[in-house]
Design a protein. Structure first.
Length: 664
């Protein structure tokens, strides 16, 4: 219906457009690093969590897209609850230790199932028990409400079957559901027929998909919601996120860059200045269009020289779907993804917008701020565009900066896991790393150092052997030595900011001069221009790093040039004690980073003593004033002044005079 009529040769726009996306998105190695990091993060989480729950990450970051708009979505699923498609499959499970749930597929509402509880084992998960309805069916809405307990403490907002979390500067959706080991063969019979007909995906990939099973998330169909169907309460959505991940991983790099271009076009053009609740198209529709284009046209050339026609092919398919009001789910085509959303006036408005862009042909890409410069340059001088070469490749600096960013995902596990203990260290030590790449070993090593830090502060603060070590100085001393050794190993083999843990350890141990010396040495290191600190996708200027660190061993780069936030958890209580003031903090706050940059201690010696003015400034995102306890000494009364500097920062100012105590 919509013929592809180009105004110029496809080569003149394809090559520079491909190169521009390569610079923005990254090459195959960069994409692989992102995917590997998310997979290892999930593996470590599932290994350490002491509950019958695992997680699986999806979203743009798991797909390998490291761009500002990328997000990471997480699906949590109960490992002692199993969904089966046939009652006979329940015989494969131990019903005394595991719960089995029967999935009843609803042919009248494609992509929707009812979940019926077949048994209850003694260790039954209470939130699931609370959502059992008549005839043992599980309520999706009650289950979703009960799942909120998993996200307590996070700034989450309910969004469909998920809770949206924007904490730590990274936005993403989290949901809880169930998993089925078996692939729904009957429900996806048309998809299996197409796979055999067109030969995509390849047999090896198809086998992997069929063995991956599927998931169920707590949300009813839009159709039932619009019709006020009483069964909406017990409807669950059939999810193929694992299979979709495998298909994304099987794409060629050209296909992946085309997918990234579609997402960029959606964000910067189609959804520009559109409020979240008014957006009609989402990235899932783009992914679906990519899958259909790749599978149904196996002879299409996906290459650098044919890159623009690849994008145009997918855009035309989307336009056709909007025109007809039907977007077929890739696995269950009877399931129209546009139902109750892109209809009526919304459908007409979206089609008009997309058709106007279609009429612009190549110029439609110039509507994107990220592509405007290169597209206009090519369209203005088509003959010269073949001379446009890729100027910026995946160099050593970019590789190291990305490594720094990947390690932040490993560090972020400390926000969601509290059991960084000897048992966790034992589990990680049993990992078979012989077949791992050097990159994977670096990530595992970072995680081990984080465990060292947590154990060290627990050993310093208390004894866990049950022999009343506080009454036995010799035994208690051994525990402190173990903690000191672990935190020293972290400082020796960790990154540029890890010595700050040692400074905190020495401080809590009463070795103030030693702590100050470590702080001073670390301050000098962190003030170097070559330090890399990834914060919201922004690098420091790479000139100093390239002059100093390029060509150096990776271990040296990590130790001298890579900085991360310091995580102080509730098990690592920070106490600032003096004869005149006690400040206690129990929160996630990179305290020593703030001490180095935003703390001032002014003292004036007099004949009668010392006048002190102590000021601390910290970001309110980590700790609010209500979490801070200030205890002035009765012997040395003070007047603490706590104030809010602006919407983001708080400060504490303490002024006092101590008479007759010049060594305070």
């Amino acid at each position: 219906m919509f013929p592809c009529r180009t105004k110029m040769g496809t080569h003149s726009l394809s090559v520079p457009l491909y190169d521009e996306m390569l610079k923005d998105v990254g090459d195959e190695e960069e994409i692989a690093m992102m995917k590997t990091t998310i997979d290892i993060s999930d593996r470590l989480y599932n290994m350490m969590i002491k509950a019958f729950i695992n997680r699986r990450s999806t979203g743009s970051l798991r797909e390998g897209l490291v761009i500002p708009s990328s997000d990471v979505d997480i699906l949590y699923y109960l490992t002692d609850h199993h969904v089966v498609w046939d009652v006979t499959e329940s015989l494969d499970y131990n019903l005394w230790k595991q719960t089995v749930i029967l999935a009843e597929y609803q042919e009248s509402i494609p992509g929707t199932v009812y979940l019926c509880l077949l048994n209850i084992h003694p260790s039954y998960f209470k939130p699931v028990l609370s959502c059992v309805q008549k005839n043992s069916y599980l309520s999706s809405s009650l289950f979703l409400e009960g799942a909120y307990a998993l996200f307590q403490g996070s700034a989450v907002i309910k969004h469909g079957p998920c809770y949206t979390d924007s904490a730590y500067g990274q936005e993403g959706d989290m949901t809880v559901g169930f998993a089925a080991r078996e692939w729904p063969t009957h429900q996806t019979k048309h998809w299996l027929t197409r796979c055999e007909k067109f030969g995509w995906p390849q047999k090896k990939v198809l086998k992997s998909i069929l063995s991956s099973g599927c998931h169920f998330v707590p949300i009813g169909s839009k159709q039932s919601r619009q019709e006020n169907d009483p069964n909406l309460e017990v409807e669950w959505r059939l999810s193929f996120n694992q299979a979709e991940q495998i298909l994304i991983d099987s794409m060629t790099h050209c296909q992946f860059l085309c997918y990234a271009l579609l997402k960029m076009f959606l964000k910067e053009v189609l959804n520009k200045n559109v409020r979240e609740e008014e957006k009609l198209l989402c990235s899932y529709f783009l992914k679906t269009a990519m899958f259909w284009c790749i599978q149904t046209d196996p002879v299409h050339e996906w290459s650098r020289e044919n890159f623009y026609p690849c994008f145009w092919k997918c855009f035309k398919m989307l336009l056709q779907w909007v025109h007809t009001g039907y977007c077929p789910n890739f696995f269950i085509p009877e399931n129209n993804l546009f139902v109750c959303k892109i209809v009526g006036a919304n459908q007409e408005r979206l089609f008009t917008q997309m058709y106007e862009l279609y009429c612009l042909r190549e110029n439609c890409l110039a509507q994107s701020p990220s592509l405007q410069k290169v597209v206009n340059k090519i369209l203005a001088n088509p003959k010269a565009c073949t001379k446009l070469l890729l100027e910026e490749c995946f160099d050593e600096y970019k590789h190291d900066a990305l490594l720094n960013y990947m390690m932040t995902f490993i560090n972020a596990l400390q926000y969601t896991l509290s059991n960084y203990d000897w048992d966790s260290l034992y589990k990680v030590s049993r990992l078979n790393i012989s077949n791992m790449s050097n990159f994977e070993k670096v990530l595992i090593g970072r995680h081990v150092l984080n465990i060292y830090n947590q154990i060290a502060f627990v050993e310093q603060r208390s004894c866990t052997c049950g022999t009343h070590c506080t009454r036995n100085k010799q035994t208690y001393g051994k525990h402190k030595k173990v903690g000191a050794r672990l935190v020293k190993l972290t400082a020796e083999f960790g990154c540029a900011t890890d010595p700050l843990y040692l400074a905190l350890y020495q401080y809590n141990d009463g070795r103030f001069k030693c702590a100050l010396n470590i702080l001073e040495e670390t301050r000098k290191r962190l003030y170097q221009d070559y330090i890399i600190y990834w914060n919201l996708h922004k690098y420091k200027v790479p000139v100093a790093y390239k002059e100093t660190m390029i060509g150096q061993p990776k271990s040296l780069k990590i130790k001298e040039a890579m900085a991360f936030e310091i995580k102080i958890t509730t098990s690592m209580q920070f106490y600032y004690k003096a004869p005149w003031l006690t400040i206690r903090c129990k929160s996630y706050i990179p305290w020593f980073i703030q001490m180095m940059t935003d703390t001032s201690l002014y003292s004036t010696k007099t004949s009668s003593g010392i006048s002190l003015e102590f000021v601390i400034t910290w970001p309110g995102i980590w700790i609010k004033p209500s979490k801070l306890t200030i205890s002035p000494s009765n012997k040395y009364p003070t007047t603490p002044s706590l104030r809010r500097q602006n919407s983001d920062y708080y400060s504490l100012k303490v002024s006092l005079k101590v008479k007759g105590h010049p060594n305070v």
